[in-house]
Design a protein around this ligand. Structure first.
Ligand SMILES: Nc1ncnc2c1ncn2[C@@H]1O[C@H](COP(=O)(O)OP(=O)(O)OP(=O)(O)O)[C@@H](O)[C@H]1O
Ligand SMILES: [Mg+2]
Length: 343
């Protein structure tokens, strides 16, 4: 007889099972909770991406090709990586700008599959349930003059989206129908298309006051994407469009203080391992966030600012092993990394 307690335990164990035929996945809620420990300020987007991915895994008859739109450093790639890690599936991040139509100089879609196989340690079955993240897809839009074959590349991607059998070098075939394909892009300037459309529809349109302009979700539609220059037949295959909002200063502060990915916390932990405890002023994270907000790199810039802060400290600490136990940061360290005291 099983008690309630053991039943609960059994359920817990099954939550971390691998994605293999017959095995159960972690619950959708468990994945969401884990991802939200890392990704800050994108709760709705995270939920929608996970749902679309679960839909493609569980509801085989409904394809889920996902497009994630968002500025640089808002968490597009990181969210997908975290989901793949939680699902324990192999993934590869591919830069669409490196791809050309077959026969041209550059990579073609078979390279994507090879990279995925590599990530799966050449386990074909595992790779066929993996995730391909195709980044910078917006740079393949027709209006980007630099890439004359952009549209042709998108069309050759349709092959794997549709689900086909790829002939491998060793004579085996690779079925793409179970792959999870996610496109990402910044689509800078798409707000202009959106604004034109909104103006045409609503006379005297005003931005609602409850939405901060910097963190606004545009509600991009397929027709906006076509106007942006993506081919219609490509856009037609996208089932879920998810937008990541631009991160606010408060989001950046929260990333520093509470995200599992916080670069500041990483330094803090590493120095702790060297026997050094850091103390810092209450306003430090705000100052770091303010500095990062001056760029358009979003949370990505936090790494640059924090790396700068710890550069001199690290040099000093590593030059004098075992000599210090405490490191006191001054608020001015954000702009001058000599402003600290080791003791
Ligand atoms: N919402 C977020 N919450 C916590 N950390 C974040 C978030 N967004 C970005 N980061 C941090 O910034 C790094 C870069 O983010 P990511 O690679 O996801 O950016 P991106 O949106 O894909 O940008 P790009 O368009 O430049 O590729 C991540 O590794 C993570 O450490
Ligand atoms: Mg990215």
């Amino acid at each position: 007889m099983t008690t309630k307690g053991t039943q609960k335990k059994v359920q817990k164990v099954s939550e971390v099972k691998k994605l293999k035929k017959g095995d159960s996945l972690p619950t959708i809620k468990a994945i969401e909770n884990n991802v939200l420990k890392c990704i800050i300020g994108q709760d709705e987007a995270v939920r929608r991406i996970i749902t679309a991915i679960y839909r493609s895994i569980y509801l085989k008859s409904i394809k889920s090709n996902i497009l994630v739109i968002g500025r640089s450093g808002t968490g597009k790639t990181e969210t997908l990586k975290q989901i793949a890690r939680n699902l324990k599936i192999p993934y590869t991040v591919e830069d669409a700008t490196k791809y050309t139509k077959e026969g041209y100089y550059g990579n073609d879609v078979t390279d994507m599959i090879e990279n995925l196989l590599f990530a799966a340690n050449f386990d074909l079955e595992k790779a066929s349930h993996g995730m391909i993240i195709i980044d910078k897809i917006d740079k393949k839009a027709g209006h980007n003059q630099g890439d004359v074959v952009g549209v042709a590349v998108l069309n050759s991607l349709l092959k794997i989206i549709e689900g086909c059998e790829f002939g491998m070098i060793d004579g085996s075939t690779f079925d793409t129908s179970n792959l999870i394909i996610v496109f990402c892009g910044a689509f800078s300037g798409i707000e202009r298309i959106k604004r034109r459309e909104t103006k045409a529809k609503v006379i005297g349109f005003n931005t609602p006051t409850h939405i901060e302009p910097s963190t606004e979700i545009l509600g991009c539609t397929k027709s906006d994407l076509v106007q942006y220059g993506l081919p219609e037949e490509f856009v037609g295959r996208i089932d879920t469009i998810v937008e990541m909002k631009a991160l606010s200063k408060d989001d950046l502060i929260k990333i520093l203080s509470s995200s599992k990915l916080s670069i500041f916390k990483k330094y803090q932990n590493e120095l702790k391992k060297l026997g050094i405890t850091i103390t810092y002023p209450r306003k430090l994270f705000e100052r770091i966030a303010e500095k990062a907000m001056k760029t358009s790199l979003g949370a990505r810039e936090l790494s640059n600012v924090v790396n700068y802060i710890f550069e001199e400290i690290l040099y000093n600490v590593l030059s004098h092993p075992g000599e210090y136990q405490k490191c006191k940061l001054d608020i001015g360290i954000v702009d001058d990394n000599m402003m600290y005291k080791l003791s």
